[in-house]
Design a protein around this ligand. Structure first.
Ligand code: PLP
Length: 445
């Protein structure tokens, strides 16, 4: 019997959004942990941690964020930061504290969406109110969102009492939650402009929405031009939390929460992240039930991260290892896409026109198969069945709770796929793109 081609090929996974294990900074983690165990007061670090996390780490993160983003609104102070055990749980805790199944009227997720966030919203009792909002060409379709928020507000009772009361320990419940990844989005790879960020915040204020922004890829950034030095990457687009406090009319609670993580810049298993928001909101984060009972949810690991941050080991790892590696992979992958896939009608979303990136970064890019002779799902299944190549097909990025989501995506992301460069080495990425070209040709027959 003749073996299928797929059986003779090593599996290539361009779907998974994980860093290659060889990039985990094992030596730095080892050095930080060993240094901790040499300290006389190691026992202190093995006690329950403070609810908001180690004050040294909160300060170190605040300083690092100030240095990285140089926010116009002034330095990030430690009162704005709480330690979490990663962005997933940061979101879950924020929902436990600031949303209410009877009072919160809508969760608005940018589509294509980071689909693993959907169950977190359902866990918070918000199932049935989870809606998609098209990404449009600048991070989120603000007109669509504005109309939908208005519509929902008009048909629901703004005076209804939340079941979670102030007396019961819930000092602020938002009527809406907006979920977005404004920089190097997962999955689209897009970055939202400053102007749209400002407009989003004004809309959030008008409709009492908390915008939860997963800022987990921000610092992995480089100049898109191969000829530019890494240092030429330029300033960050201000994060939504910085825009919020810099725009006149902000409230004590604010309308934004920045969800940060060390998963992508240290290792996912370290399970440490942070949230940043207005001090009132952060202080209430420290009253989440599981935290009151168990203290900081990642206490020891977070102290290891603190050592790495304060010694400069983490910044050095990001600048000297992660960014150069990811940049080289991104360059190889995008070159291969232009060479092998562009002639077949494939395009990288956001690669053309005015917004076409001066800055690239994150983990993902999104391909559009709209101009190909074959459909996205057929391409993805032939790639897997015939070429042992896994890509993330567009269909997984709709919002399953919103029946209209798939309809809206029909002309855009559904006929596309997300590719990740964080897991594989350059040579594998190029091989993967060549296999995808073959799959597209087969699918077009
Ligand atoms: C947008 C986004 N948010 C959150 C996460 C998960 O973060 P963490 O590992 O910190 O829970 C990921 C990981 O893929 C992600 O892409």
């Amino acid at each position: 019997m003749i073996a299928k081609i797929s059986e003779t090929l090593e599996h290539i996974n361009l779907q998974g959004g994980w860093p290659t294990p060889r990039l985990h900074p094992t030596k730095e983690i080892d050095a930080a942990s060993s240094a901790l165990f040499k300290q006389k007061d190691i026992q202190q670090n093995l006690r329950y941690g403070p609810e908001l996390g180690s004050s040294n780490l909160r300060g170190a993160i605040a300083d690092w964020l100030t240095e990285s983003y140089a926010p116009k609104a002034g330095p990030v102070v430690s009162e704005r930061v709480a330690i979490t055990n990663g962005a997933s749980n940061g979101l879950a805790c924020a929902l436990q504290k600031f949303s209410d199944p009877s009072y919160t009227q809508g969760v608005w997720m940018v589509e294509p969406t980071y689909f693993l966030a959907c169950p977190i919203f359902r866990d918070a009792g918000l199932g049935g109110k989870i809606f998609g909002v098209p990404e449009g060409d600048d991070g989120i379709d603000l007109e669509y969102l504005g109309n939908r928020l208005q519509e929902v507000d008009e048909r629901t009772d703004p005076l209804a009492e939340p079941r979670k009361t102030v007396q019961g320990g819930y000092p602020k419940i938002y009527r809406h939650i907006v979920y977005i990844i404004p920089t190097f989005s997962n999955p689209s790879g897009g970055t939202m402009s400053l102007e749209s960020r400002k407009r989003l915040i004004k809309l959030a204020r008008k409709h009492d929405a908390l915008v939860v922004s997963d800022d987990v890829y921000d610092v992995l950034r480089w100049p898109a031009s191969e000829n530019e030095a890494l240092e030429a990457v330029g300033a960050f687009t201000p994060r939504l939390v910085d825009v919020d406090r810099n725009l006149e009319g902000f409230s004590a609670w604010g309308n934004t929460l920045s969800n940060g993580s060390f998963s992508k810049i240290v290792a996912p298993g370290i399970r440490v992240g942070w949230v940043e928001a207005m001090p009132a909101l952060i202080s209430a984060m420290g009253t989440v039930g599981a935290t009151v009972s168990g203290g900081c949810q990642a206490h020891f690991a977070s102290i290891v991260v603190e050592k790495m941050l304060s010694s400069g080991a983490l910044s050095s790892h990001i600048q000297k290892t992660l960014i150069p590696t990811y940049r080289a992979r991104w360059l190889s992958m995008t070159k291969a896409i232009r060479e092998h896939l562009y002639p077949l009608g494939v395009r990288i979303v956001g690669d053309e026109g005015e917004k076409a990136g001066k800055i690239a970064g994150g983990f993902f890019l999104y391909l559009s198969f709209n101009a190909c002779a074959a459909s996205g799902p057929t391409i993805a299944s032939i790639a897997l069945d015939e070429y042992n190549l896994k890509i993330a097909p567009g269909g997984i990025f709709s919002v399953p709770d919103d029946p209209e989501s798939k309809v809206r995506g029909e002309d855009t992301y559904l006929h596309g796929a997300r590719l990740c460069w964080a897991w594989n080495e350059e040579v594998v990425l190029v091989d993967g793109i060549k296999r995808l070209a073959k799959a597209i040709l087969d699918a077009s027959k």
